[in-house]
Ligand binder design. Structure first.
Ligand code: AMP
Ligand code: MG
Length: 493
């Protein structure tokens, strides 16, 4: 395949340093690549020239039809526990890592195409993606980024001009994804399951060089790497719960080493607060339900620990198990500390007091009981800090039952002695007004399927500044109307 000159300046450490961890591969020809979304600010951040990429040449690159000069396209191999069962051989079945660029902040970032055709890891799949799931990943990833949550991001979405069969024919599409790396728990598991300890070590050292370079060369670096990954995952999942996000498919191949959220498939934000919320049509047992996510993250980290054991104390596996278990056991503590801090901020509290946990628990129980919209509640609580609680009370079917909590919160807040408008400003900074509401996402995707990208663009625009109220965007703040029914998402392949 010929390479197209472009503003990408690749430096492909994965291809260079990790032979045996991938298969060099290329994208599949498609009839008519068309660029439907392009993330100019992200392109600029990556040091790219948006003007030369927002073109037909750019569309061909983002469809995987041509490769930009300097790319070393490859499909990465990995394994993973999917819904608890181990698949020893997964890998990029429909993705290609084009390479890495160093962004304008000096950070190394992967550029990956998702939906660019079959690879040796496709396992009978067609290697393609369709417009709905591609735009969904684009929208939710960008929303998460704007909410300040570590995430992979979307640089471009193209349609391919071919129809791809899912539950009927759908327009084919390719997403260009940007990530701190695509190293997953499952990448380690692949080599560990094959007993290839040298490769696990090589991968761990590579992960250290990318994500924790200060650990390089230290004798206990593998245990410390595990600690860092545990901390990143604990913080990440705490942040998910603080904004009401359900990932939906927390398999170990979808658990990053970087601490970024990855693979937006059957994910969704809750409207009414519900610890048991499940949106994925394939998650029958509720394994990945909203409030189970911290436990699942810890379970996934246990699988990572198993893969790393031979590195942690090579001559003494009992000791390795002890050391790794101690780190793993810290997960609930790290998670809880982060989550509690986040909850206090959501309530406008600056200090920590003994009764805070009970205050939070009583609130969440009342919200679950009365199906209160999670996002609107916290935003309206900020409003109530300065003025009337009417808007807040109206979120409850039985507002009188909520009044004692409200009085208690007011009293607790008054104890901090801050001016109400200061409290409100602080609360508005952590309690988003705009999240990707399920019905708004579906409405935008349905329009896109008919070729109208206006609603997707508008939604992306609103989600860019989730904490700042804007005129005429009220419709984006409301939960789904009852007619929308219970929300189900499909795996989105
Ligand atoms: P996911 O559930 O999207 O994280 O994907 C799990 C595995 O299935 C990964 O190895 C994917 O590459 C692979 N996969 C998903 N969809 C397809 C597809 N349409 N064709 C080939 N492989 C796929
Ligand atoms: Mg995946």
């Amino acid at each position: 395949m010929t390479a197209t000159p472009s503003s990408f300046r690749f430096d492909n450490s994965y291809a260079r340093e990790l032979p045996g961890f991938y298969v060099a591969w290329e994208g599949t020809k498609v009839p008519e690549p068309e660029l439907v979304l392009f993330n100019r600010p992200l392109a600029e951040d990556l040091g790219l020239d948006p003007d030369t990429l927002e073109t037909a040449d750019g569309a061909a690159i983002f469809a995987g039809v041509t490769h930009p000069e300097g790319a070393s396209p490859l499909a990465q191999v990995y394994a993973g526990h999917q819904f608890g069962g181990f698949s020893p051989q997964l890998g990029d079945g429909r993705a290609l890592l084009l390479g890495e660029v160093i962004d304008t902040h000096g950070r190394r970032r992967d550029i990956q195409l998702k939906g660019s055709g079959p690879t040796p890891f496709s396992r009978g799949g067609d290697g393609k993606a369709v417009i709905g799931p591609v735009l969904r990943e684009y929208i939710i990833g960008e929303a998460m980024n704007a909410l300040g949550i570590p995430t992979t991001r979307a640089l471009a979405a193209v349609t391919t001009g071919e129809m791809v069969y899912r539950e009927g024919p759908k327009p084919g599409a390719v997403l260009t994804r940007v990530a701190a790396s695509h190293l997953r728990v499952g990448t380690f598991q692949y080599f560990a399951a094959r007993g290839e300890t040298d490769k696990v070590r090589q991968l761990a050292d590579y992960a250290i060089s990318r994500h924790d370079p200060d650990l390089a060369g230290a004798p206990d670096r593998f245990l410390k790497l595990f600690r860092r990954i545990t901390e990143r995952q604990a913080e990440l999942v705490a942040r998910w719960l603080l904004v009401g996000f359900v990932h939906g498919v927390m398999n170990t191949d979808n658990t990053t080493i970087s601490g970024e959220t990855i693979d937006y498939g059957p994910c969704a934000f809750i409207d009414a607060y519900d610890p048991e919320a499940v949106f994925s049509s394939i998650d029958h047992g509720g394994r990945y339900a909203f409030a189970r996510q911290p436990r699942i993250a810890q379970w996934n980290l246990a699988r990572l620990a198993e893969a790393l054991l031979p590195l942690i104390a090579p001559d003494d596996q009992d000791k390795a198990v002890d050391l790794a278990s101690t780190e793993l056991a810290r997960f609930p503590e790290v998670y809880t500390a982060y989550w509690r801090g986040g909850m206090r901020a959501k309530l406008g509290l600056e200090t920590e007091e003994e009764g805070d946990q009970a205050l939070v628990e009583t609130l969440l129980a009342a919200m679950a009981e009365q199906n209160v919209d999670y996002t609107l509640f916290f935003r309206s609580l900020g409003t109530a800090a300065t003025g009337s609680p009417d808007e807040l009370r109206a979120l409850f079917a039985d507002p009188a039952a909520f009044d004692p909590w409200f009085a208690q919160w007011r009293q607790r807040l008054a104890g901090e002695g801050l001016a109400p408008d200061v409290v409100r400003t602080r609360m508005d900074r952590v309690n988003p007004l705009y999240i990707p509401r399920n019905h708004k996402v579906e409405e935008a995707l349905a329009a896109a399927e008919t070729g109208d990208f206006g609603p997707v663009r508008k939604l992306l625009e609103v989600l860019k500044t989730p904490f700042t109220e804007r005129p005429d965007c009220e419709a984006y703040t409301r939960p789904a109307p009852a007619s929308f029914g219970p929300y189900r998402t499909f795996c989105g392949t």
